[in-house]
Design a protein around this ligand. Sequence first.
Ligand code: S3P
Length: 169
Amino acid sequence: MKNIVLTGFMGTGKTEVGRELTTILGWKLIDVDDEIVKSKKMSINEIFSRLGEPAFRDMETEMIRKVSQKRNVIISTGGGAVLRQENRELLKTRGVVVCLTALPETILKRTSGNRERPLLQVEDPVQRIHDLLEARRPFYEKADIMIDTEGKSPFHIAGEILERMGWKR
Ligand code: S3P
C-alpha cells in the first residue's frame, strides 16, 4: 500500500478530494499547508509577508520530509510543492502522486473569494494564474496520474483516482 499524494494548482480541489478519499479509505488526510500553519503558529499569509516565500518553501520541504515518512495516509500538498526536485522525490518514495487539473477560469472562480493565497493577491490574478500555470506545467506533469477535474464532483474525482490506481473496479 502506498500513500496517495494530491498535487496540483491552487483551487483544483485537492483538499475536497482528499476529504472524499479519507471517507472512502478510512485513511488520515494530512494537509501540508495546515501542518505548517499548526507547527509555526502563523497563517500562510503571515509566513509569506513576514518571512518571505523562500522561507515558506523551506518550511514546506521540511514538512514534506516529515509527512512522507508516514504510511497509508492521503497527503494534500500546496500548489507549489512540486517545484522542488527534493519535494517530488520525497513524495514519490512512498506515494502515488496524483495531479488534479482545472481550467484557469475555474481556478479563478474557486480562489477569488479566498484571501489566504498570497500568490494571487495581485492586481491581475487572471494573468498571474496563467503565468504560474504555464511555468509550473512541466512539474505538475511529472505526476504518476493526471486527473482533469472539470465538471466533476470531489466524490467522482476520488473514485476516478482509485480506479486509475487499480484499487476499484
Ligand atoms: C501555493 C499554494 C498554496 C500555499 C501557498 C503557495 C502555491 O496552497 O501552499 O499559498 O505556490 O501554489 P493551495 O494549493 O492549497 O492553495
